[in-house]
Ligand binder design. Structure first.
Ligand SMILES: Cc1cc2nc3c(=O)[nH]c(=O)nc-3n(C[C@H](O)[C@H](O)[C@H](O)COP(=O)(O)OP(=O)(O)OC[C@H]3O[C@@H](n4cnc5c(N)ncnc54)[C@H](O)[C@@H]3O)c2cc1C
Length: 418
């Protein structure tokens, strides 16, 4: 009977009995987490989610759970490696963090911002320390409750997959008392204390301190064929995917003309037989030194004044090439390639902050002090890709997630909030 209030879907360990109204309602919302697998979303978003919403709101109205606002000590917004690492640390410090993991919505699916973050969009993760190539099946069976494993793809035995790693982090944070709400934060008022947050469910939450771990999303070209081959040859991260066997000693395409594109093309040239760098203009936006590195690299061929109009491939091989259009004379040709890497930038998920904390010109949160996670608003901390346009890795996000929780804990203690 999965949807009754009080049932614990948390996994092997009990949530500590820190009962508040918020805790009750988060337990109920936590059941929704089982449905964030993309496969299930696609199959059943139209029927199951609305039904669950109905059951949930019926329960909420019946028990009048929303009648009072509880001021949280730490609210964490975001559900990638940064958010869960912050939650593990904050929970172990007995701060009972409340995590908003994002909403299961069509908008988030299209943007690539469903709960569990960017890593849940990929398959094998080979560079997160502590997960060597091994068959993790038995470990996963004991670490995760069955209902949260049933929609995962069969295990390759190669290491850990992105969704598995994120589920493990989530479960670990719940084991120490983290409470989770499956909704977006749509606006925040950081001018008052406590801070006031509004959710996509139209609920208001107050918080003494806030950790922003909302990540960033990769920009893609927006072609339907590109969507079809994501994880099957289309990627937005050379450091993450470039070393995978499917790309080794094969021709690859990189799209872009800025510093990131130069970096991605140079990095991929170590593995690929050849890299075609496709750029819309006849000169690069990148810095001179980065551009020179590319132009001097015999394995990189620049396809000037060109745009990818279609990603070619099939179900068996994934990407096999791209169709290119010349922006000078509209002529078309195809390039053979085992992969296409988009290097046309990322968009940090900071819209909901509406300019209330300092960001750079691209919208990334700016840290006030190097090696600290404090932002321009006292009591608000940031972690992960939302404040990092440079490293953008799961392990670096987890690292700043840990730092943000320690910073928040110390800040709360300095204010006498325990
Ligand atoms: C296809 C792909 C493959 C990758 N492979 C690797 C790899 O192999 N190794 C590696 O180290 N890195 C890899 N990365 C990069 C890595 O995934 C990111 O660096 C990392 O996930 C960033 O973590 P984060 O916690 O900062 O945020 P994210 O993972 O971006 O998660 C943030 C999440 O917070 C939630 N959120 C956003 N806004 C709100 C809001 N307003 N309210 C509530 N919730 C919200 C959303 O669910 C969002 O997805 C890959 C990235 C991609 C796209």
């Amino acid at each position: 009977m999965p949807f009754s209030i009080g049932a614990n879907s948390a996994g092997p360990a009990e949530i500590p009995a820190t009962s508040t109204k918020v805790r009750q309602r988060t337990q109920l919302r936590d059941h929704y987490g089982a449905f964030h697998s993309r496969g299930l979303m696609e199959q059943s978003a139209t029927c199951i989610v609305p039904l669950l919403e109905m059951v949930f709101w019926h329960e909420v109205r019946r028990r009048d759970l929303w009648s009072s606002v509880v001021t949280e000590r730490v609210v964490i917004i975001g559900s990638g490696p940064a958010g869960w690492s912050a939650a593990i640390y904050a929970a172990r410090a007995s701060l009972e963090p409340l995590v908003f993991e994002g909403a299961i919505s069509e908008e988030n699916r299209i943007r690539g911002t469903l709960p569990l973050g960017q890593l849940a969009l990929t398959t094998e993760v080979e560079n997160y320390a502590g997960f060597p190539a091994a068959n993790l099946t038995q470990f996963l069976e004991t670490a995760l409750p069955k209902e949260r494993r049933q929609y995962m793809a069969p295990h390759s035995g190669h290491g850990v997959t992105g969704p598995e790693l994120m589920e493990l982090m989530r479960a670990q944070s719940v084991n120490f008392g983290t409470r989770i709400i499956t909704a977006d934060i749509v606006s925040a008022d950081l001018s008052k204390r406590p801070f006031v947050l509004k959710t996509s469910d139209d609920t208001v939450v107050e918080a003494h301190s806030l950790i922003i771990a909302t990540g960033a999303r990769a920009n893609y070209l927006g072609l339907p064929s590109e969507d079809r081959f994501k994880n099957h040859g289309v990627s937005a991260c050379a450091v993450c995917d470039g070393a995978l066997p499917r790309f080794r000693n094969k021709p690859l395409v990189v799209v872009g003309g800025g510093d990131s594109a130069m970096e991605e093309a140079t990095y991929l040239s170590k593995f690929a037989s050849k890299v075609h760098l496709v750029h819309r203009r006849d000169e690069f936006r990148a810095s001179k030194i980065m551009a020179a590195r590319v132009l001097d690299n015999p394995k990189i061929q620049v396809e000037w004044s060109s745009a990818v109009t279609e990603v070619l491939g099939d179900d068996q091989h994934g990407v096999t090439g791209v169709r290119l259009k010349s922006l000078k004379d509209d002529s078309e040709r195809t390039l053979e390639a085992a992969g296409m890497f988009c290097a046309i930038g990322h968009t940090p998920n900071t819209d909901f902050l509406a300019g209330q904390i300092e960001t750079d010109d691209k919208g990334y949160v700016v840290y006030k002090t190097p090696f600290r996670t404090e932002t321009s608003v006292e009591g608000v901390f940031a972690a992960g890709d939302v404040a990092d346009s440079y490293y953008r890795q799961a392990i670096t996000s987890a690292g700043t997630g840990c730092m943000s929780a320690l910073d928040a804990e110390r800040w709360l203690a300095s204010r006498g909030i325990h």
